[in-house]
Write a protein that binds this ligand. Structure first.
Ligand SMILES: NC(=O)c1ccc[n+]([C@@H]2O[C@H](COP(=O)([O-])OP(=O)(O)OC[C@H]3O[C@@H](n4cnc5c(N)ncnc54)[C@H](OP(=O)(O)O)[C@@H]3O)[C@@H](O)[C@H]2O)c1
Length: 329
């Protein structure tokens, strides 16, 4: 593909707006750009590469035009309904929602980890869950070297992970107003509740992290558990990862593996209080790792602190990177 006709579904949302920024920054070769959102945003103006574009209402006819790739970011219900319509019109869909991620014939791609899986797409490609993306970027080089046996994820996820509604709840909560998006106040609080509760008492977010990690690393024998927590941080998700490997390792080998890995930056100098934080990683595209230390309570155990910007690497940047893989076809 040379210059492509690109559509963005959910162009007015938190992720949609960041698509626009990332596409500009990466000089993505666009011929025509189509911006879709709900009826409420019809007629809104959005600037891309100094040119003005008008947001159109998404309908079943939106893809009856020459569109090569559509970046979807308008929630699962919209993806379930409209991604097949787009695909049947010859559009390649890269979907940010969880609607298609676990379908067998839908590749779930993190370009630093499993770019080769994109080859088997049948018109829909899925972008993984934001916390999962940053974790697998850090875990892949370690899995290759020392074979991971078990992972314990504990997340500290920012309110922007819930879109514009999450940010509003935090800002309103700081002024003692009641939350609308969350069941409890998020200002000055932590909620061990991201997405809905399932029958087995896990949240859907926790199950996404467990199942998506296995699919992306192509290792269904991995033992994984997760606790996902919403914290009063605007941007950037942090994850404490406890890992048990099959093979022994030296801490120096862990540093070396991260230094050699694509998309990973080590920030780990406790003598100078250096470790990644959500604020220090905001608006960047890399995955940051710190607090690298052995877990002495098990054989071959390791603890990591992994931080990334959930709207960029966790969503928009990863999606645009997937689109860039398609350009190489
Ligand atoms: N935020 C994150 O960290 C993150 C990370 C990874 C994946 N995601 C996924 O990305 C998606 C969007 O997230 P977000 O954070 O950008 O949410 P958001 O800020 O709430 O934006 C939602 C977008 O969807 C559009 N939309 C809503 N109803 C629609 C309809 N009926 N037809 C067409 N468009 C419609 C909205 O348009 P209007 O403005 O017109 O309502 C808006 O553009 C979700 O699936 C989310 O799970 C988010």
């Amino acid at each position: 593909m040379n210059k492509i006709n690109l559509a963005i579904v959910g162009a007015t949302g938190m992720v949609g707006k960041t698509f626009i920024k990332v596409l500009e920054e990466k000089h993505f070769p666009i011929n025509n750009l189509y911006l879709f959102a709900s009826s409420k945003s019809k007629g809104k103006k959005i600037i891309f590469n100094e040119q003005e574009y008008i947001v159109q209402e998404l309908t079943s006819n939106s893809f009856n035009t020459e569109i090569d790739i559509a970046l979807f970011s308008a929630g699962s219900a919209i993806s379930k309904k409209y991604a097949p319509i787009a695909r049947d019109n010859g559009v390649i869909v890269i979907d940010n929602s969880s609607a298609w991620r676990m379908e067998k014939y839908v590749p779930l791609i993190v370009p630093e980890v499993n770019p080769q899986d994109i080859m088997c797409h049948k018109g829909i490609i899925a972008n993984p869950n934001c916390s999962t993306i940053q974790c697998v970027v850090a875990l892949k080089p370690l899995h290759d070297l020392f074979k991971i046996k078990r992972i314990i994820y504990s997340t500290y996820q920012s309110v922007s992970g819930s879109g514009i509604g999450g940010i509003k709840d935090l800002e309103n909560g700081l002024n003692s107003l009641r939350p609308e998006k969350y069941p409890h106040p998020i200002a000055f609080n932590c909620l061990p509740h991201i997405d809905v509760f399932l029958e087995d008492s896990y949240t859907k977010e926790e199950v996404k992290m467990i199942e998506e990690t296995k699919k992306i690393l192509n290792d269904y024998d991995l033992k994984i558990t997760a606790t996902a927590v919403r914290v009063p941080v605007k941007y950037g998700h942090s994850v404490s990862i406890n890992i048990e490997f099959e093979k022994p390792f030296e801490i120096t080998q862990i540093y070396q593996a991260f230094n050699d890995a694509k998309g990973v930056i080590v920030q780990d100098d406790i003598s100078r209080n250096i470790y990644p934080t959500p604020l220090s990683t905001e608006s960047t595209d890399e995955v940051y790792v710190g607090r690298i230390r052995r877990d002495f309570s098990v054989k071959n155990g390791l603890n990591l602190w992994v931080v990334a910007d959930n709207i960029r690497k966790g969503a928009a940047t990863n999606t645009v990177q997937i689109a860039q893989l398609l350009l190489k076809d």
